[in-house]
Design a protein around this ligand. Structure first.
Ligand SMILES: Cc1cc2nc3c(=O)[nH]c(=O)nc-3n(C[C@H](O)[C@H](O)[C@H](O)COP(=O)(O)OP(=O)(O)OC[C@H]3O[C@@H](n4cnc5c(N)ncnc54)[C@H](O)[C@@H]3O)c2cc1C
Length: 93
């Protein structure tokens, strides 16, 4: 979980650095958004699993996070659209 969190942060920082250099950063932003949101899905799924039955119950609060984490793969460009952008950028190069 920590490795995925750190990898997401590093990809995000790369995107920020690219923008700060005045470059467009389309590829870097799409990679960061795709990776971070997919990683979040895996991490929060593991969090539910670690807590067993309580992880599934509303009282523990993890169930809410699990549901909230799902939307980030849909809004601000779905994962599929990010993949299309990444492929398009790589083919351009
Ligand atoms: C809680 C919430 C908040 C939102 N907030 C905002 C907001 O503030 N501003 C805003 O503008 N929108 C917002 N949205 C809308 C959100 O951006 C869209 O739901 C999202 O872009 C997906 O569009 P869609 O729902 O029409 O799905 P569709 O476009 O119908 O897509 C359905 C599925 O098909 C896939 N798909 C579609 N086209 C392709 C393609 N060319 N190649 C491969 N796969 C494809 C998608 O990835 C998805 O999995 C919000 C949605 C929700 C649920």
């Amino acid at each position: 979980m920590a490795v995925q969190r750190d990898a997401a942060r590093l990809l995000t920082q790369r995107g920020i650095d690219t923008l700060m250099r005045g470059e467009r950063g389309t590829l870097e932003a799409a990679m960061a958004k795709l990776y971070a949101t997919e990683a979040l899905g895996k991490v929060v799924d593991a969090a539910v699993q670690i807590h067993g039955g309580m992880g599934y119950m509303r009282e523990a609060g993890i169930e809410t996070t699990y549901r909230d984490a799902r939307i980030v793969r849909i809004y601000e460009g779905t994962s599929e659209i990010q993949r299309n952008i990444i492929a398009g950028q790589l083919l351009k190069d």
